[in-house]
Design a protein around this ligand. Sequence first.
Ligand SMILES: [Zn+2]
Ligand SMILES: [Zn+2]
Length: 176
Amino acid sequence: MLRIAVKDIPPEGLEFTEGLKPAEVHLQDSDEFTLEEGGALRCRVELRDEDTVSVSGHLLARLGLVCGRCLDPFSHKIDQKLELFLLPHREGEDEEDEVELSERDMVVGYYRDHRIDLGELVREQFVLGIPMKRLCRADCKGLCLRCGINKNRESCDCPVTDTDPRLASLSRLFGR
Ligand SMILES: [Zn+2]
Ligand SMILES: [Zn+2]
């Protein structure tokens, strides 16, 4: 259960390990990654005062991504500490307040309707944890621009050229 009513957090706090399911961490079909089986959140939730909730724990999961060079699926490990405070979202609160809080060097999130949703936090961590360059490996050779084979697995006899074939036909046009 990744959704917890704040009133259900006992004075001594809650400590648990929870297996992650795609629906619970709010993954959608439109997402550019999938959650592989076996992911888990180990977590301690405490009520710090009337309504500030602290969450500390560890997130371990594997995400299924697609390589941006060769288009092969690959798995990316998320192995991440979680340490943050959740405050109740108050209607009418403007964004300036949020900036002030983050300047205090605390990671702060908000919860609504007297419930915290750890699944939402986990999803955020996934989005932040995905590398900018999605590569199956650092030296992925990618696809041959001419014949389309995967150069990690096969080789072809296409002429080696740094020129994009579309540019090559342009330069032929200009008689070079
Ligand atoms: Zn690749
Ligand atoms: Zn080729």
